[in-house]
Design a protein around this ligand. Structure first.
Ligand code: SAM
Length: 260
Protein backbone atom coordinates (compact mmCIF):
# COMPACT_ATOMS: atom_id res chain seq x y z
CA UNK A 1 0.00 0.00 0.00
CA UNK A 2 1.47 3.40 -0.88
CA UNK A 3 2.57 5.34 2.20
CA UNK A 4 0.66 8.56 2.82
CA UNK A 5 2.61 11.59 1.55
CA UNK A 6 5.43 9.33 0.36
CA UNK A 7 6.69 8.98 3.92
CA UNK A 8 9.40 6.34 3.61
CA UNK A 9 12.10 7.58 5.93
CA UNK A 10 15.75 6.95 5.22
CA UNK A 11 17.31 5.10 8.17
CA UNK A 12 20.91 4.70 6.97
CA UNK A 13 23.07 7.68 7.97
CA UNK A 14 25.89 6.64 5.62
CA UNK A 15 23.57 7.09 2.67
CA UNK A 16 22.52 10.53 3.93
CA UNK A 17 26.22 11.45 4.10
CA UNK A 18 26.83 10.12 0.58
CA UNK A 19 23.94 12.19 -0.79
CA UNK A 20 25.24 15.34 0.85
CA UNK A 21 28.77 14.65 -0.42
CA UNK A 22 27.40 14.44 -3.97
CA UNK A 23 26.03 17.99 -3.60
CA UNK A 24 29.62 19.31 -3.12
CA UNK A 25 28.45 22.00 -0.73
CA UNK A 26 30.46 25.08 0.09
CA UNK A 27 30.09 27.05 3.34
CA UNK A 28 28.08 29.80 1.65
CA UNK A 29 25.73 27.52 -0.29
CA UNK A 30 21.99 27.75 0.21
CA UNK A 31 20.14 24.43 0.00
CA UNK A 32 16.46 23.82 -0.44
CA UNK A 33 15.46 20.47 1.06
CA UNK A 34 12.05 19.17 0.06
CA UNK A 35 10.35 16.89 2.60
CA UNK A 36 12.90 16.76 5.44
CA UNK A 37 10.78 14.19 7.30
CA UNK A 38 12.53 13.48 10.61
CA UNK A 39 15.66 15.33 9.53
CA UNK A 40 18.25 12.63 8.72
CA UNK A 41 19.43 14.52 5.60
CA UNK A 42 18.85 17.96 7.12
CA UNK A 43 21.33 17.17 9.86
CA UNK A 44 24.09 16.33 7.37
CA UNK A 45 23.21 19.30 5.14
CA UNK A 46 23.43 21.70 8.10
CA UNK A 47 27.03 20.60 8.72
CA UNK A 48 28.15 21.62 5.21
CA UNK A 49 25.85 24.34 3.86
CA UNK A 50 25.60 28.02 4.76
CA UNK A 51 21.84 27.74 5.00
CA UNK A 52 19.26 24.95 4.74
CA UNK A 53 15.66 25.84 3.94
CA UNK A 54 13.57 22.73 4.57
CA UNK A 55 9.94 22.58 3.40
CA UNK A 56 7.76 19.93 5.08
CA UNK A 57 4.02 19.49 4.55
CA UNK A 58 3.26 17.37 7.63
CA UNK A 59 2.59 19.46 10.74
CA UNK A 60 3.60 16.67 13.16
CA UNK A 61 6.98 16.36 11.47
CA UNK A 62 7.41 20.14 11.43
CA UNK A 63 7.07 20.10 15.24
CA UNK A 64 9.71 17.36 15.57
CA UNK A 65 12.05 19.23 13.20
CA UNK A 66 11.64 22.59 14.92
CA UNK A 67 12.58 20.94 18.19
CA UNK A 68 15.51 19.05 16.72
CA UNK A 69 17.03 22.09 15.00
CA UNK A 70 16.08 24.82 17.47
CA UNK A 71 19.74 25.56 18.21
CA UNK A 72 20.90 25.34 14.60
CA UNK A 73 20.98 28.88 13.25
CA UNK A 74 21.49 27.81 9.63
CA UNK A 75 18.35 25.64 9.43
CA UNK A 76 14.97 27.14 8.62
CA UNK A 77 11.94 24.86 8.71
CA UNK A 78 8.97 25.95 6.61
CA UNK A 79 5.59 24.24 6.89
CA UNK A 80 4.03 24.00 3.47
CA UNK A 81 3.41 22.18 0.21
CA UNK A 82 6.46 22.66 -2.00
CA UNK A 83 4.26 22.71 -5.10
CA UNK A 84 2.41 25.77 -3.79
CA UNK A 85 5.56 27.76 -3.03
CA UNK A 86 7.73 29.75 -5.43
CA UNK A 87 11.45 30.53 -5.35
CA UNK A 88 10.31 34.11 -4.72
CA UNK A 89 8.28 33.11 -1.60
CA UNK A 90 11.23 31.06 -0.42
CA UNK A 91 13.65 33.93 -1.12
CA UNK A 92 15.89 31.68 -3.18
CA UNK A 93 18.27 33.25 -5.68
CA UNK A 94 21.35 31.04 -6.02
CA UNK A 95 20.67 27.62 -4.53
CA UNK A 96 20.87 23.83 -4.82
CA UNK A 97 18.14 21.31 -4.10
CA UNK A 98 18.89 18.16 -2.12
CA UNK A 99 16.01 15.84 -1.29
CA UNK A 100 14.70 12.37 -0.71
CA UNK A 101 11.58 13.15 -2.69
CA UNK A 102 8.10 11.92 -1.85
CA UNK A 103 7.36 9.54 -4.74
CA UNK A 104 3.93 10.88 -5.59
CA UNK A 105 5.23 14.32 -6.62
CA UNK A 106 8.61 13.45 -8.21
CA UNK A 107 7.89 14.65 -11.76
CA UNK A 108 5.95 17.82 -10.85
CA UNK A 109 8.70 18.88 -8.43
CA UNK A 110 11.49 18.33 -10.97
CA UNK A 111 9.58 20.14 -13.71
CA UNK A 112 8.53 22.99 -11.44
CA UNK A 113 12.09 23.85 -10.48
CA UNK A 114 13.74 23.27 -13.86
CA UNK A 115 11.10 25.38 -15.59
CA UNK A 116 11.16 28.13 -12.98
CA UNK A 117 12.61 31.54 -13.84
CA UNK A 118 15.22 30.90 -11.22
CA UNK A 119 16.27 27.23 -11.39
CA UNK A 120 18.71 25.63 -8.91
CA UNK A 121 22.31 25.16 -10.08
CA UNK A 122 21.95 21.46 -9.36
CA UNK A 123 19.63 18.94 -7.78
CA UNK A 124 20.67 15.82 -5.91
CA UNK A 125 17.52 13.75 -5.61
CA UNK A 126 16.66 10.34 -4.31
CA UNK A 127 13.75 8.84 -6.22
CA UNK A 128 12.38 5.53 -7.46
CA UNK A 129 15.10 3.69 -9.36
CA UNK A 130 12.83 3.12 -12.34
CA UNK A 131 11.98 6.83 -12.58
CA UNK A 132 15.69 7.75 -12.33
CA UNK A 133 16.42 5.39 -15.22
CA UNK A 134 13.64 6.92 -17.29
CA UNK A 135 15.02 10.41 -16.71
CA UNK A 136 18.56 9.56 -17.91
CA UNK A 137 17.33 7.48 -20.89
CA UNK A 138 18.87 7.99 -24.32
CA UNK A 139 17.41 7.82 -27.86
CA UNK A 140 15.21 4.74 -28.22
CA UNK A 141 13.85 4.98 -24.67
CA UNK A 142 12.98 8.65 -24.44
CA UNK A 143 9.76 9.81 -22.76
CA UNK A 144 8.23 13.24 -22.15
CA UNK A 145 9.83 13.17 -18.69
CA UNK A 146 13.32 12.43 -20.12
CA UNK A 147 12.95 15.15 -22.77
CA UNK A 148 11.67 17.64 -20.19
CA UNK A 149 14.65 17.10 -17.89
CA UNK A 150 17.28 16.85 -20.64
CA UNK A 151 16.04 20.06 -22.28
CA UNK A 152 17.09 22.00 -19.17
CA UNK A 153 19.72 19.83 -17.56
CA UNK A 154 22.22 17.00 -17.63
CA UNK A 155 20.96 14.13 -15.49
CA UNK A 156 23.12 11.27 -14.20
CA UNK A 157 22.35 8.38 -11.85
CA UNK A 158 25.02 8.32 -9.14
CA UNK A 159 24.13 5.31 -7.02
CA UNK A 160 21.31 2.93 -6.18
CA UNK A 161 19.73 2.56 -2.76
CA UNK A 162 18.01 -0.76 -1.94
CA UNK A 163 14.56 -0.59 -0.27
CA UNK A 164 15.78 -2.00 3.08
CA UNK A 165 17.32 1.39 3.85
CA UNK A 166 13.89 2.95 4.47
CA UNK A 167 11.23 2.71 7.14
CA UNK A 168 8.69 1.59 6.13
CA UNK A 169 10.45 -0.20 3.25
CA UNK A 170 8.82 0.77 -0.06
CA UNK A 171 7.94 -1.80 -2.71
CA UNK A 172 10.71 -0.63 -5.04
CA UNK A 173 14.38 0.31 -4.84
CA UNK A 174 15.58 3.90 -5.10
CA UNK A 175 18.41 5.71 -6.84
CA UNK A 176 20.18 9.01 -6.31
CA UNK A 177 20.35 11.23 -9.34
CA UNK A 178 22.44 14.33 -10.06
CA UNK A 179 20.66 16.87 -12.26
CA UNK A 180 23.00 19.65 -13.36
CA UNK A 181 21.18 22.62 -14.82
CA UNK A 182 22.48 23.74 -18.22
CA UNK A 183 23.51 27.36 -18.55
CA UNK A 184 20.87 29.31 -20.45
CA UNK A 185 21.95 31.42 -23.41
CA UNK A 186 22.10 34.91 -21.95
CA UNK A 187 21.70 36.68 -25.27
CA UNK A 188 18.03 35.66 -25.30
CA UNK A 189 15.41 37.55 -23.31
CA UNK A 190 13.09 35.81 -20.82
CA UNK A 191 10.22 36.23 -23.28
CA UNK A 192 12.21 34.64 -26.12
CA UNK A 193 13.18 31.69 -23.92
CA UNK A 194 9.65 31.17 -22.72
CA UNK A 195 8.24 31.39 -26.27
CA UNK A 196 10.86 28.91 -27.47
CA UNK A 197 10.23 26.40 -24.68
CA UNK A 198 6.45 26.63 -25.14
CA UNK A 199 6.81 25.78 -28.83
CA UNK A 200 9.34 23.03 -28.08
CA UNK A 201 7.03 21.30 -25.58
CA UNK A 202 3.95 21.71 -27.79
CA UNK A 203 5.77 19.73 -30.50
CA UNK A 204 7.15 17.16 -28.02
CA UNK A 205 3.72 16.58 -26.43
CA UNK A 206 2.15 16.26 -29.88
CA UNK A 207 4.83 13.76 -30.93
CA UNK A 208 4.21 11.57 -27.89
CA UNK A 209 0.42 11.92 -27.81
CA UNK A 210 -0.51 8.39 -28.97
CA UNK A 211 2.06 5.86 -27.85
CA UNK A 212 1.51 3.24 -30.54
CA UNK A 213 1.35 5.66 -33.46
CA UNK A 214 4.31 6.87 -35.43
CA UNK A 215 5.66 10.36 -34.93
CA UNK A 216 4.36 11.38 -38.34
CA UNK A 217 0.78 10.37 -37.48
CA UNK A 218 0.87 12.06 -34.09
CA UNK A 219 2.23 15.31 -35.48
CA UNK A 220 -0.17 15.34 -38.44
CA UNK A 221 -3.17 14.77 -36.13
CA UNK A 222 -2.15 17.30 -33.51
CA UNK A 223 -1.25 20.10 -35.92
CA UNK A 224 -4.02 19.28 -38.44
CA UNK A 225 -1.51 18.83 -41.25
CA UNK A 226 -1.32 16.45 -44.18
CA UNK A 227 1.02 13.53 -43.49
CA UNK A 228 3.00 14.60 -46.52
CA UNK A 229 3.71 18.00 -45.02
CA UNK A 230 4.96 16.44 -41.79
CA UNK A 231 7.06 13.95 -43.75
CA UNK A 232 8.70 16.88 -45.52
CA UNK A 233 9.54 18.58 -42.21
CA UNK A 234 11.00 15.38 -40.78
CA UNK A 235 13.06 14.91 -43.91
CA UNK A 236 14.44 18.44 -43.60
CA UNK A 237 15.90 17.60 -40.20
CA UNK A 238 17.11 14.15 -41.23
CA UNK A 239 14.46 12.04 -39.47
CA UNK A 240 12.92 9.05 -41.25
CA UNK A 241 9.14 8.91 -41.63
CA UNK A 242 8.92 5.65 -39.65
CA UNK A 243 10.63 7.05 -36.55
CA UNK A 244 8.83 6.89 -33.18
CA UNK A 245 8.85 9.71 -30.65
CA UNK A 246 10.97 7.73 -28.16
CA UNK A 247 13.82 7.57 -30.70
CA UNK A 248 14.37 11.34 -30.86
CA UNK A 249 16.98 13.15 -28.79
CA UNK A 250 16.49 16.64 -27.36
CA UNK A 251 18.65 17.95 -30.21
CA UNK A 252 16.31 16.33 -32.79
CA UNK A 253 13.23 17.81 -31.06
CA UNK A 254 14.81 21.26 -31.06
CA UNK A 255 15.49 21.12 -34.79
CA UNK A 256 12.01 19.77 -35.48
CA UNK A 257 10.25 22.32 -33.25
CA UNK A 258 11.71 25.14 -35.34
CA UNK A 259 9.67 23.95 -38.31
CA UNK A 260 6.28 24.14 -36.53
N1 SAM B 1 13.97 13.43 4.00
C1 SAM B 1 13.37 12.41 4.85
C2 SAM B 1 14.23 11.16 4.81
O1 SAM B 1 15.09 11.07 3.93
O2 SAM B 1 14.00 10.28 5.64
C3 SAM B 1 11.92 12.09 4.46
C4 SAM B 1 11.74 11.66 3.03
S1 SAM B 1 10.13 11.07 2.68
C5 SAM B 1 10.47 10.07 1.26
C6 SAM B 1 9.29 12.42 1.93
C7 SAM B 1 8.92 13.59 2.86
O3 SAM B 1 8.25 14.58 2.08
C8 SAM B 1 7.94 13.25 3.99
O4 SAM B 1 8.43 13.79 5.18
C9 SAM B 1 6.62 13.92 3.58
O5 SAM B 1 5.82 14.32 4.67
C10 SAM B 1 7.13 15.11 2.80
N2 SAM B 1 6.19 15.65 1.79
C11 SAM B 1 5.26 14.97 1.09
N3 SAM B 1 4.62 15.78 0.24
C12 SAM B 1 5.16 17.02 0.39
C13 SAM B 1 4.92 18.29 -0.20
N4 SAM B 1 3.98 18.43 -1.14
N5 SAM B 1 5.67 19.35 0.19
C14 SAM B 1 6.62 19.21 1.15
N6 SAM B 1 6.89 18.03 1.76
C15 SAM B 1 6.18 16.95 1.38
Amino acid sequence: MPTKLGQNFLVNKDIAKKIVEAAELKPDDVVLEIGPGKGILTEELAKKAGKVIAVEIDGNLVEILENKFKNKKNVEIIKGDVLQLTTYNLQLTTYKIVANLPYYITSPVIRKFLESENPPSKMILMLQKEVAERIVASSGKMSILAVSVQYYAQPQVIFNVPRENFDPAPEVDSAVIHIKTLKQENIKTKEQKSKESKKFFRVVKAGFCAKRKTLINNLANSFHLEKKEVEEKLKRVGISSRTRAQELSVKDWKKLAELF
